[in-house]
Design a binder for this molecule. Structure first.
Ligand SMILES: *Cc1c(COP(=O)(O)O)cnc(C)c1O
Length: 465
């Protein structure tokens, strides 16, 4: 399988190159040249596969430059770190299925992709003899999942910037209590946006980036999207076993458009009708809901909510969908992205029919998040985290009789204890892996939000070839 840029400015490259490149060198995002199709017989033949076996079947359709036995081993290793052999178990309450994606080491869905990406990086670097210094900014979840993905790995160091005292205490400890020598946490005196701006500035200095072998780990990496396609297919197989029609709807709490874009790929891969609808659920940062409902993709101001991992306006994966929306015309993508970066808005209302065939959407208010957590707890004795509650509320709006609705549960409620306690009047139960976390020893540099100082820190601590 070859990979192309949404902006058309690079020669087709292999999967391996696409993973190492992250962002395409022309500023676009990388996509497979075609989306492979899975027919009904093939799908039916997968029904008894375990999660890792299924992941191999799905991913190997997009990867032809890693030997099958190596890819199998990589995938197996990535999912044994989950606390259940099902990896992404489905539970059922009322009319809803909940797809629990938080059984990995940091209790958020990002582990599903980052456990795999960490192993993949290690494998590819071992082959090429290169080194990689990962630099990223986090508002909480991505940083810890990325750190757990690469901790202790050879040829890799990771530098994660988080806003000092603006991540939850659990999130902070999840990052800073990791003692592996290749992990560097930097708390900056500023906001998440300040951290993000520093990372962007450093990455735009191509000379520095190349000299320091810098790599990114955010959701622009195609391998992350790919790993997330698997659980959509897994759900189709698992639910179809119980309910015969075989047509499903998913509700997906959305921030950077990564997880829902994986659903879009799955919808195109699977036999027609397997996935009937993808419901895009946002919190009060509703740019993507406005896009789906009105074709209006325009920046608003980021507001803080109880689901901070979705407090995003410009969604980094949006360009991937845009590419399909304009019939894979890179020139058109370039024009539109330029317009967006200069005016903060693009009008895509001429495409509304297509957009509505691909998605439905709802923006969920803070009051509705809290009441959804409370109602679900009172009815079913099951505690939703605020991100998952956004998706559950949106699911209720779009549910149709006879069509199973699957809500993606993106984080364990214990990661967002304050919001959950406010909603249900007691703190969520801590899973064993978090027991005592707040008392663990930790290690972190405190630095001003100053890119010169971050560069100097990288110069000093980055792994040299
Ligand atoms: C990152 C994250 C999301 C949003 O996922 P996207 O791929 O950015 O849309 C939702 N919930 C949680 C808990 C997250 O960490």
């Amino acid at each position: 399988m070859q990979y192309l840029s949404t902006r058309g400015g690079i020669q087709p490259i292999s999967f391996t190159k696409a993973v190492m490149m992250g962002l395409a060198e022309d500023g676009g995002l990388l996509l497979p040249r075609t989306i492979p199709r899975i027919d009904s017989q093939t799908l039916a033949a997968w029904k008894d596969l375990g999660y890792a076996e299924l992941a191999f079947e799905v991913m190997s359709r997009f990867i032809d430059d890693i030997p099958a036995s190596d890819l199998k081993a990589l995938i197996n290793r990535s999912y044994t770190s989950f606390d259940t052999p099902e990896v992404t178990p489905l539970v059922h309450y009322g009319n809803l299925h909940i797809l629990e994606l938080f059984h990995g080491p940091t209790l958020a869905f990002k582990d599903v992709a980052l456990q795999f990406l960490g192993n993949l990086f290690e494998y590819l670097l071992g082959k090429s003899g290169e080194v990689l210094n990962i630099l990223g900014a986090t508002s909480g979840d991505t940083g810890s999942a990325a750190i757990y993905g690469v901790r202790g790995k050879e040829r890799i160091r990771i530098f994660i910037l988080h806003p000092h005292k603006r991540v939850s205490p659990v999130q902070e400890k999840q990052m800073t209590s990791i003692m592996d020598g290749n992990v560097f946490n930097i708390a900056i005196q500023g906001s998440f946006d300040d951290g993000q701006a520093i990372v962007k500035e450093i990455f735009s200095d191509i000379e520095f980036k190349n000299r320091m072998n810098l790599g990114a780990i955010n959701s622009i990496n195609w391998a992350r999207v790919l790993a997330q396609v698997v659980y959509y297919v897994y759900s189709c197989l698992h639910i179809a076993r119980h309910e015969n029609d075989g047509s499903l709807t998913f509700s997906i709490p959305t921030g950077n458009f990564g997880d829902i874009f994986a659903g879009f790929i799955a919808k195109r891969m699977l036999p027609e009708g397997s996935i009937r609808q993808l419901v895009l659920a946002t919190n009060s940062n509703d740019i993507l809901a406005r896009f789906v409902n009105k074709g209006d993709y325009s920046l608003g101001k980021v507001v803080q909510t109880s689901s901070p991992s979705m407090d995003i306006q410009a969604a980094s994966n949006f360009e991937r969908y845009l590419f399909y929306l304009v019939d894979k015309e890179p020139e058109r993508v370039k024009e539109l992205m330029l317009e967006f970066s200069t005016t903060g808005r693009i009008d895509l209302s001429v495409h509304l029919d297509q957009i509505r065939r691909d998605f439905a959407a709802a923006a969920v208010s803070e009051e509705d998040v809290a009441s959804t957590i409370a109602d679900f707890y009172n009815q079913y004795d099951y505690v939703l985290d605020p991100h998952t509650a956004v998706g559950v509320k949106a699911a209720m709006l779009y549910q149709k009789p006879g069509i199973p609705m699957i809500c993606l549960a993106t984080a364990h409620p214990a990661k967002f204890g304050d919001a959950v306690e406010k909603a249900i009047g007691r703190p969520p139960t801590f899973p064993e892996s978090l027991a005592g976390i707040l008392d663990r020893e930790s290690r972190c540099e405190l630095m001003p939000a100053d890119s010169k100082m971050i560069r100097a820190f990288l110069e000093k601590h980055a792994l040299k070839p």
